[in-house]
Design a protein around this ligand. Structure first.
Ligand code: DC
Length: 243
């Protein structure tokens, strides 16, 4: 008897790859990465959340990150873990759920400064590389395709018009109950883009082998389906439950 379509699909040994998603702030990297991870049953890793957690740690403790000795001692006190909680992933900083706190404007305003520091990048990049060692990971950030996972089998670089990004971030913050002025969001996005792409250590840039996707005129479903179709073309044995 011949297998039905779904039996055949489940029997197919799936190809596990790593997917790197980079781009400017507010281009929709997280939503796309979460959607893809759900469809492909991959692990989603938000590297920006890790930089945010380190920022929060320094804001809430006495350590001075500008002092190299204190910085090293402080890093040895930091534990960062992701855990699944029902539908979403939560981030635990020293066993405390800080998933919401790391999204506040105080952290957002300082995170790019913290992310410039090489010792902090080294500390987090080692964790990020380790978590992708077994493949089947979708990681998003600024230096994933260039530094963290330069051998990722599939790389995306997202862009979008500034005004579209401002509106998306505004709605996101509004949903989280944070009332922020659009002008403040625009300034923060522009400041972070500038700091992230001009820093000395692993600046934000598009890897040569990345596919560039302008999401300005695409909704989240269009983005997801575009990428799944492209993945299916390039990796026919990738398990895909959504299309
Ligand atoms: O993705 P996000 O907006 O949550 O990231 C917060 C900041 O962290 C971002 O402005 C720059 C920094 N970051 C980084 O330098 N490298 C990464 N791989 C991810 C984020």
């Amino acid at each position: 008897m011949q297998d039905c379509y779904f039996c055949a699909m489940f029997k197919k040994p799936a190809t596990k790859i790593n997917i790197a998603i980079d781009g400017y702030s507010g281009c929709g990297k997280s939503t796309l990465a979460i959607d893809l991870a759900e469809c492909l049953r991959y692990i989603y890793l938000d590297s920006g959340a890790m930089y945010r957690a380190v920022t929060l740690f320094f804001q809430q403790t006495h350590w001075d990150y500008r002092n190299p000795q204190q910085l090293q001692s402080a890093l040895s006190e930091i534990s960062i873990r992701f855990e699944r909680n029902h539908q979403s992933a939560i981030l635990l900083l020293n066993d405390r759920d800080v998933s919401s706190e790391i999204r506040n404007m105080k952290v957002t305003a300082q995170v790019s400064e913290i992310a410039k520091i090489s010792a902090i990048r080294k500390f987090l990049v080692a964790k990020q590389k380790k978590s992708a060692a077994k493949k089947g990971v979708i990681m998003e950030g600024r230096d994933i395709g260039t530094v963290v996972l330069p051998n990722a089998e599939y790389k995306l670089f997202l862009t979008a018009d500034t005004e579209v990004r401002v509106e998306r971030r505004f709605l996101q913050l509004q949903q989280m109950g944070q009332i922020v002025d659009r002008g403040e969001i625009r300034k923060n996005l522009e400041d972070r883009d500038r700091i992230d792409s001009t820093r000395e250590d692993s600046p934000l840039k598009c890897a040569e082998d990345s596919l560039i996707l302008d999401t300005s005129n695409m909704d989240t479903l269009e983005q997801r389906n575009f990428v799944l179709r492209d993945l299916e073309k390039k990796f026919p044995r990738i398990s895909n439950f959504c299309l």
